[in-house]
Design a protein around this ligand. Sequence first.
Ligand SMILES: Cc1cc2nc3c(=O)[nH]c(=O)nc-3n(C[C@H](O)[C@H](O)[C@H](O)COP(=O)(O)OP(=O)(O)OC[C@H]3O[C@@H](n4cnc5c(N)ncnc54)[C@H](O)[C@@H]3O)c2cc1C
Length: 378
Amino acid sequence: MRVLVVGAGISGLAAARGLIAAGHEVVVLEQAEELRLGGGAITLWYNGTAILRDLGVDLDGSGQRLTTLCLRTAGGRRVLDFDLEALADRFGSAARVIPRGSLITLLESGLPEGTVQFGARLAALQADVDGVRVRTQAGEDYSGDFLVGADGVHSRVRALVLGDGPAALTGAAIWQGLTPAPFDPGSTTTLMVGRQGDFGYMGAGDGLMQWFFDVPWSPDAPPEDKPLEMLRRRFAGWGSPVEQVLSSLADGDAELFPHTRHKVPCRWGAGRCALLGDAAHGMPPVMAQGTNQALEDVATLVECLAEVPDPGAVVGVYSAKRRRRAALASTLASHGLAVSGPRTFMQSEYLMRMNGAAPPRLATRGFGRLLSSLSSRI
Ligand SMILES: Cc1cc2nc3c(=O)[nH]c(=O)nc-3n(C[C@H](O)[C@H](O)[C@H](O)COP(=O)(O)OP(=O)(O)OC[C@H]3O[C@@H](n4cnc5c(N)ncnc54)[C@H](O)[C@@H]3O)c2cc1C
């Protein structure tokens, strides 16, 4: 089949690799003039790294392999250490942090030259029982047998195919950056949780550190031109290394990403058009599920295209296989952390410490079970 993929983000490029490996002819239409390598680092859980390995992407030497997830209170007290290496043994793949730009580059480097058409912004889409036709904003036409909408959280494909509204803002945002590490975080990813939100940091390879703060946010609030001052005020009194990380930064290092959540639809497309990645299930970055779920989509869609003889019936089978796990991931990502309101009480120093009563091996096993419930790969 000739497949048109809209969007050259992680989802679109991964889909292109999987589809080409399965014998399809693929054209990726990307609105930007070149690959968009920006953004922070992405946490890939065991399913994400396993699917990337299946797609022929070699992550060795890129980013940082994670061996421990350390949960701490706002005061800095250690609550639980999850043994990520024990889970790597169990799942047969490792957890890893990798800069978004490095992953995009790796994914694209395995594609035949000319697969990605840049400056091709999808403007109109027509689909019928015989195939799909796309017109770009520049007036170029493309046709194919199937279309994959991997055009992100503001997906034009989703709007045209499902006709539902845009993703909703949740009232929170992440301030984050990928900057030179002020100390060596090793292979531990650390998350500190308190009533003001959370703060996390981890090494991302090459001496870089990915750090983030989740805070309340509204589009009506005046733009924050001094984010570091705001973060210092809000996280005043938090334990080490909050101040150490903040003092290693300049205001321009902090990027704002509002949390958004798009309803996970019952059908992920219509006819010969399927949605994947953020276009299908935009969710807040809490628990780092967005990219991992996108890779699950890719693996499942490629499998469905191979197994379902009628391309018009693929979307139904694909949605049924993916919906429940993606919806669960979206719910956890949307409710796993409170940044305001009475629910923050559960994140108080005292209650957070009580989580430490769980034996570490049991906690690790529980975390593994949770990750595996979000995946059909592990
Ligand atoms: C520049 C950038 C930086 C990011 N940084 C972070 C980050 O720091 N932290 C984080 O958690 N998430 C970040 N994200 C989001 C994260 O990459 C995604 O949540 C996740 O990887 C799933 O990606 P996706 O491919 O589904 O969507 P996206 O990564 O959003 O990719 C969608 C792609 O589709 C293209 N596109 C959109 N509309 C059209 C159209 N009409 N026609 C053609 N092409 C179109 C976009 O230009 C983009 O390249 C970033 C996304 C981008 C684009």
